[in-house]
Design a protein around this ligand. Structure first.
Ligand code: HAM
Length: 424
C-alpha cells in the first residue's frame, strides 16, 4: 500500500471519462421519466441486519462479500452491496405504499462488494437500478426488462442478450429444492467445495456453479419447469407472452438462478458478448416476499439493476463511448496588471451568462496563453491588449478560421450573444 494508490477494485473517474458518465446519467433520467420511475437516494450504509435478512444469510454476498464494520456506538453497519434491500427498507419506513400503487422508483449510486477484482468486476461499482412495488402484474416484470434495454439501445449498445427463467415461489419451490437435493446427493463427493456447502444451505445455487465438474453433473439435474405451481406457471407464460407481443428477443435458461434469496418467480439477466467473463450488464427479477420479510405489508415487487461500469466497458468495446468534449467558448488572453483585472471582470460577466470562459493564472507570455487556448480547444480567443482596452475594445479571434473582429467591451451583452451563438 502506498499513499498514492487507490484501494484495490476501486476507480477514479476524471476528465475525459466523466463526460461519458454525465451523458449516461442523462439518458438514465430520460428513460426513467418516460416509464414514470422517480429517483430515490438512500444512505450508502445500512444496518447489517437489513442485508442479512433481505439478501439471505446463505448467499455469497452476505457470507463473503460485505464491507461490515462497527461504528463508534457499537452498531454493526454495512456498505450497501446492492440497492434493492435499501430501497425496500425506505419504502416501508417512509410508507410509500400508502400512496398510489405501483410505486416506481430508481436509484443510481455506488455499491460495495469484497470480490476478486478483474475487468468489469470491482469492489466499488455503480448500479442504476429500478424497482416497481405494489403490483403482481407480469407486465411490470416485462417493464423491468424493457426499460434497461431501452437504455442500452439509447446508448448505441448492440449484441446484448436477455436470458430469462422462473424460480417459483414459496408454494412450489420447496418440493423442487427437495428434488434437487435428491439428485445431487449421490454426486456429492464429486462437487466443488462451494457446491458441497450449497447442497446443505442453498441447493438452488448449485445450478449457478461455473466449475466444469459441477456443470457436467448439472446437465442431468431436474428442471424447475415441471415443479411450478399453477400460479407461477401462469405468471411466467404471461411474461413471455408480453415479451413476444413487444418483439423482445430472449433466451429461456432454466439453469438461471440468482445470488439473492429474495427472488420469486421471474428472474432475468442481460449479457453482452463484448464483456468476457463478467458479461452481465444487468440483472433482476421479481421478489414478492421481500417487503413483508422486512416488516412491511405483503407487497409484490419486481426490479432490475444495471452495472454502469460494465455498460461503459461494453460501449467502449463497441467504440460507442465517445465523450463529447467541447472546449471553452472563449479564452481571454491578457497582459497582466490592469488588463488582467478587466479580463477577470469580463470573464465573470460572461460566465454568469452560462458561457465557459478561461483565462491565464500563471503569468504566461502571450504566445504561451495562445497555446494554452489551443490545447483546451477554445472556440475563441479574446485578446485584451492595452491599446484596445484604452479604446474600450478587445480583439475576438475565431480559432477555427483565424478571422478577427473588434468587440465593444461597453456592450458585454452583445459579446455574450456572439459567443453564445457560435457555441450552438
Ligand atoms: P446483481 O446481479 O448482483 O443484482 O447486480 C446487477 C448488476 O450489477 C450486474 O449484472 C452487474 O452488471 C453489476 N455488478 C454486480 N457486481 C458487480 C461488481 N463487483 N463490479 C461491477 N459490476 C457489478 C442486484 O444487485 C440486484 N439488486 C438487482 C435487482 C434489482 N433485482 C431486483 N431489483
Amino acid at each position: 500500500m502506498t499513499l498514492t494508490n487507490r484501494p484495490r477494485g476501486t476507480n477514479d473517474v476524471g476528465p475525459g471519462e466523466i463526460e461519458l458518465w454525465h451523458q449516461l446519467e442523462e439518458k438514465i433520467r430520460q428513460v426513467c421519466s418516460a416509464f414514470g420511475y422517480k429517483e430515490l437516494r438512500t444512505p450508502i450504509f445500512e444496518h447489517t441486519e437489513l442485508f442479512q435478512r433481505g439478501i439471505g444469510e446463505a448467499t455469497d454476498i452476505v457470507e463473503k462479500e460485505m464491507y461490515t464494520f462497527m461504528d463508534r456506538g457499537q452498531r454493526s453497519l454495512t456498505l450497501r452491496p446492492e440497492g434493492t434491500a435499501p430501497l425496500v427498507r425506505a419504502f416501508v419506513e417512509n410508507r410509500y405504499g400508502e400512496g398510489a400503487l405501483p410505486v416506481k422508483l430508481y436509484y443510481l449510486g455506488p455499491m460495495f462488494r469484497y470480490e476478486r477484482p478483474q475487468a468489469g468486476r470491482y469492489r466499488q461499482f455503480t448500479q442504476f437500478g429500478l424497482e416497481a412495488l405494489g403490483s403482481a402484474d407480469p407486465l411490470l416484470d416485462v417493464e423491468a426488462i424493457v426499460l434497461p434495454l431501452e437504455l442500452y439501445k439509447a446508448c448505441g449498445l448492440s449484441g446484448f442478450q436477455v436470458e430469462i427463467n422462473t424460480i417459483g415461489c414459496p408454494v412450489c419451490r420447496p418440493a423442487y429444492r427437495e428434488e434437487l437435493v435428491k439428485y445431487f446427493e449421490p454426486h456429492a463427493d464429486k462437487l466443488c467445495g462451494s457446491c458441497k456447502n450449497r447442497l446443505e444451505r442453498n441447493p438452488l445455487r448449485l445450478l449457478d456453479c461455473k466449475v466444469e465438474g459441477c456443470q457436467e453433473i448439472m446437465a442431468g439435474a431436474p428442471s424447475i419447469t415441471k415443479h411450478l405451481c399453477p400460479e407461477c406457471e401462469e405468471h411466467f407464460s404471461q411474461v413471455l407472452a408480453y415479451l413476444d407481443a413487444l418483439g423482445i428477443e430472449y433466451k429461456l435458461n432454466h439453469r438461471l438462478v440468482r445470488g439473492f434469496d429474495y427472488y420469486t418467480k421471474t428472474v432475468f439477466e442481460v449479457t453482452c458478448s463484448e464483456l468476457g467473463a463478467q458479461n452481465a450488464v444487468g440483472a433482476g427479477g421479481r421478489y414478492d416476499g421481500l417487503v413483508e420479510e422486512l416488516g412491511g405489508k405483503p407487497t409484490p415487487a419486481v426490479g432490475f439493476a444495471v452495472g454502469v461500469e460494465r455498460l461503459l466497458l461494453a460501449l467502449r468495446g463497441q467504440e460507442k463511448a465517445k465523450a463529447e468534449t467541447a472546449g471553452p467558448d472563449a479564452y481571454i488572453v491578457h497582459f497582466g496588471g490592469e488588463t488582467k483585472q478587466r479580463a477577470a471582470q469580463t470573464a465573470f460577466f460572461l460566465r454568469r451568462r452560462g458561457l465557459w470562459v478561461e483565462l491565464d493564472y500563471l503569468g504566461r507570455s502571450i504566445k504561451a496563453q495562445m497555446k494554452a487556448a489551443d490545447r483546451l480547444g477554445s472556440r475563441h480567443v479574446l485578446i485584451f491588449g492595452e491599446d484596445e482596452l484604452s479604446r474600450g475594445e478587445a480583439v475576438l479571434r475565431d480559432m477555427k478560421d483565424g478571422q478577427e473582429q473588434k468587440v465593444d467591451l461597453q456592450d458585454l451583452e452583445q459579446l455574450a450573444k456572439i459567443l453564445g451563438e457560435c457555441g450552438q
